[in-house]
Design a protein around this ligand. Structure first.
Ligand code: SF4
Length: 253
């Protein structure tokens, strides 16, 4: 069944109202929508089942990949997405973001290699990753494309050339996180918080995000004010670095 399914897009682009006129180029490196979490609010299930889902509709393309792409394939597609421009004009793309349905940093080595290749090719603009933040767990478990145990993920991302990271923290303590996001790793929440602090220390522009207005039985999200205060106390982040996503308008990641 999977082999019969058509391969979707590695590089895609669409306008986002939240980006204030920016039109990032998105890179999808996620094979089969893989993610170590099963968040209750996630729309990824529709995509896994091959059903229309809001994020792919908005992107205007399928994001299903049978396998993770190679670095050369990604760079080739990025260049092809810049109409009429030769490779040296890669430097004029304002923003490139690793975002897909699932967890991009599960392909950690590939993401770092691609960032380095983009910088070598002349991209001087922003490079961003949107992540569930469980990278320290994935590295420890050598989960999926995280093949090197013992590395410092934030330091490697910064050294590769990453400028910005958006981390889905989604809760304020371990029990609530486990109930809402159902990670496959133990101690996921503490590892996420540790990774947020690492990114701040590495001076990567760091945003934390929280979904609000979601309820599933007794599992309920908190208020924007509670999440914003948590981000201030735990990470020293200002309100401008806190992204609140309304569940009704949520498109998954
Ligand atoms: S919302 Fe993000 S982290 Fe949660 S299951 Fe979906 S893709 Fe994974």
């Amino acid at each position: 069944m999977d082999n019969a399914r058509k391969n979707g897009s590695v590089v895609y682009s669409f306008a986002t109202p939240h980006e204030r006129g920016a039109n990032p180029l998105y890179i999808n490196v996620i094979p089969k929508f893989r993610c170590p979490n099963r968040c209750r609010f996630c729309r990824r299930g529709d995509a896994i089942n091959g059903k229309p889902n809001i994020y792919e509709k908005k992107a205007g393309t399928s994001l299903y990949l049978r396998r993770a792409p190679k670095v050369e394939e990604i760079i080739g597609e990025v260049r092809a997405m810049v109409p009429g421009m030769s490779p040296e004009f890669l430097g004029y793309i304002p923003e490139i973001a690793f975002v897909g349905l699932g967890e991009p940093l599960a392909q950690f080595d590939l993401v770092c290699e691609t960032i380095r290749a983009l910088r070598r090719a002349g991209h001087v603009g922003k490079i961003r990753v949107d992540t569930d933040g469980t990278i320290k767990c994935m590295v420890a478990a050598q989960w999926d494309g995280c093949t090197r145990a013992g590395i410092d993920p934030a330091r490697e991302l910064e050294a590769a050339g990453l400028n910005e990271i958006r981390i889905s923290v989604n809760e304020t303590n371990s029990d609530d996180y486990d109930a809402l996001c159902r990670p496959c790793f133990r101690n996921a929440f503490e590892n996420i918080c540790s990774f947020v602090n690492d990114c701040v220390s590495e001076r990567i522009k760091t945003f934390v995000s929280f979904v609000v207005n979601f309820a599933d039985g007794e599992v309920r999200t908190k208020s924007p004010e509670e999440y914003t205060e948590f981000a201030r106390l735990r990470f020293g982040l200002r309100p401008e670095s806190v992204i609140i996503r309304d569940y009704m308008a949520s498109e998954g990641e």
